[in-house]
Design a binder for this molecule. Structure first.
Ligand code: IMP
Length: 430
């Protein structure tokens, strides 16, 4: 059995955690391959809500081994808090259950302080999550980062952390006029982290290879979305890691020969957190309606930062781009139920600029802010669709909305979620 990869097809928050949960039961391994605790995945199972930032969503199932891959940057403080929370919900977080790649990078309080200082000093804000992601990946790329393997040697780890903080304090103080961090106190905390996490460190690439060789299924869980990819996204309003298919190979240490399904998760409308272009954004009544009030866990407020998400109509121009970038074999559509009661439902299948219509983007995501969306109005539906379990249970207009996405992108839809509970899912091809 092969490696299946789940990727966000938009700007993140598509509901990947939820879909992963729906198919993780059949996997031997579920692995995160990029990013850090900037991600926020919510899974609702058996009436319990699990909020995950670093640990793969597959942890909610008793079966799969969960891996934090080499492409990740890991804040041990946050990982500990996440494990404590999961344990309180009855989930096994032992070293037998959760493995951390020796080649993943460690994220420290210095990275967080630098992220906030850099963002504060930026004339054009990116709207980062403030979790230290950019600085941690900068150090990795500059080849002076701290790898998770350090956690197997507590004393050496503490010494390295102290030197890292002292070095970074100079930047904090001299460049950003920020107070220095307490290097000794942080080093002491990391000594403790090393004792906790040392037993979790492994060559996870070898574990993945072994599983694949013995015919087991591995699920690679993407974080963020394709449009936030460092190379292919709306640069510079992106995150600092590869969020697309390429990241799965480098961030797990696995080859393309094993690749099976490439599952693009698509929300039935468009959302974005932070700054950057968003052609179909709706700032008025429609935007508020799509966002919700924040009273429900599935409303459009960041799982990590609580920020209200920007909302708008589904952008098929961007979806086609995303499908091409990743070679997506199928889409999983989430939150179709949120569109109930909107009439018409709009989609954008082309852009316009200077009187000219563009069915394709001329230079990828560059200059996205210069285009205006061309909308097609589709008939809406009023029915609450959360009880639909087959295609036929849906109102014809909802069915046609899904079929239109397939037609415009050339990518088949395999699953449609119509609510936040595990069973609120339609197998589209059945
Ligand atoms: P960073 O990853 O914290 O550096 O943030 C860079 C950009 O990516 C900002 O616009 C963030 O809002 C966005 N971002 C990072 N992680 C997520 C996520 O999990 N979902 C949605 N947006 C994200």
């Amino acid at each position: 059995m092969p490696l299946h990869v789940i990727i966000g097809a938009q700007w993140g928050d598509e509901g990947k955690g939820r879909i992963l949960d729906a198919i993780a039961g059949e996997a031997a391994i579920v692995a995160r391959f990029s990013g850090g605790d900037n991600a926020g995945h919510t899974v609702t199972a058996d009436g319990k809500i699990f909020r995950l930032h670093l640990i793969p969503s597959g942890i909610v199932h008793p079966g799969p081994l969960c891996i934090l891959g080499s492409g990740m940057v890991i804040n041990p403080q946050r990982l500990l808090a996440e494990m404590d929370q999961l344990r309180a919900q009855g989930v096994d977080c032992s070293p037998e259950r959760i493995k951390i790649s020796h080649a993943a990078h460690i994220l420290t309080p210095l990275h967080i302080a630098l992220d906030q200082a850099e963002e504060g000093a930026r004339e054009k804000k990116i709207g980062t999550t403030g979790r230290g992601i950019g600085p941690a990946f900068s150090e990795k790329t500059a080849r002076c980062g701290l790898r998770a393997e350090t956690l197997t040697q507590p004393e050496e780890c503490a010494d390295k952390i102290k030197a890292h903080i002292l070095r970074g304090n100079r930047t904090l103080e001299k460049l950003y006029s920020q107070p220095p961090l307490d290097a000794d106190a942080i080093a002491a905390t990391f000594f403790q982290f090393a004792q906790t996490f040392g037993p979790h460190i492994a060559d996870t690439s070898a574990l993945v290879a072994d599983a694949l060789r013995s015919g087991k299924t591995v699920l690679a869980e993407g974080a963020q979305g394709t449009l936030l990819d460092l190379d292919q996204g709306t640069y510079p309003f992106v995150t600092s890691s590869p969020t697309g298919i390429a990241g799965a190979f480098s961030g797990l240490g696995v080859g393309a020969r094993e690749l099976g399904r490439v599952i693009g998760v698509v929300k039935a409308f468009q959302t974005r957190v932070g700054e950057g272009p968003f052609p179909t954004e709706q700032t008025g009544e429609i935007g508020n309606r799509l966002r919700g009030t924040g009273s429900m866990p599935w409303d459009e407020f960041g799982t990590t930062t609580g920020r209200p998400r920007r909302c708008g109509w589904l952008d098929l121009m961007l979806l086609r781009y995303s499908a091409r970038q990743n070679g997506m074999t199928e889409f999983v559509l989430t939150k179709l139920d949120i569109l109930s009661g909107l009439n018409p439902v709009r989609i954008c299948a082309a852009y316009e600029r200077g009187g000219k219509t563009y069915p394709e983007l001329p230079l990828g995501m560059s200059g996205l802010e210069t285009f205006r969306p061309v909308y097609t109005d589709l008939p809406g539906w009023d029915e609450d669709i959360r009880n639909a379990r087959t295609k036929e249970d849906l109102p014809a207009a909802a069915r046609r909305y899904v079929e239109r996405i397939e037609k415009e992108t050339g990518v088949p839809v395999s699953l449609v979620s119509v609510g936040s509970e595990r069973e609120e899912i339609i197998h589209w091809k059945k």
